[in-house]
Design a protein around this ligand. Structure first.
Ligand SMILES: [Zn+2]
Length: 118
């Protein structure tokens, strides 16, 4: 589903399933999962730092570093959020045959006199 640039492909390479199942901002649902993943990371990072930093909790550092890391993580994880969103959506609304694209074979005609492909 993801390509090398961590972007989401348009279709499945095997079956032709179009990942963006509707035209009305389909991947807005991925924003929800991106936020949930980001909030979970934020909570884990915050409680880990508090737990391991002893009595001297670096509150000033936390105020700067955690939001920056959270923003970077959410940008990096956004393609994966799309995968999670699509997985949940497919569980809720199974894929129908209409959504699968069956490519038609390319037919080339050869001019018999010149031997060139038309
Ligand atoms: Zn497929």
């Amino acid at each position: 589903m993801l390509n090398r640039r961590a972007g989401v492909r348009d279709r499945c390479l095997a079956c032709g399933f179009r990942y963006e199942r509707s035209d009305d901002n389909y991947f807005m649902g991925a924003m929800f999962f991106n936020f949930m993943i980001g909030a979970t990371l934020f909570m884990v990072a915050l409680f880990s730092i508090i737990a391991f930093s002893g009595p001297d909790i670096p509150w000033d550092m936390l105020g700067y570093v955690i939001p920056i890391l959270l923003g970077v993580c959410m940008v990096i994880l956004y393609p994966f959020s799309k995968v999670v969103w699509l997985g949940v959506d497919v569980m809720m609304r199974p894929v129908t045959a209409d959504e699968l694209y069956v490519p038609t074979p390319v037919v080339a005609r050869v001019d018999e006199t010149s031997g060139q492909v038309i």
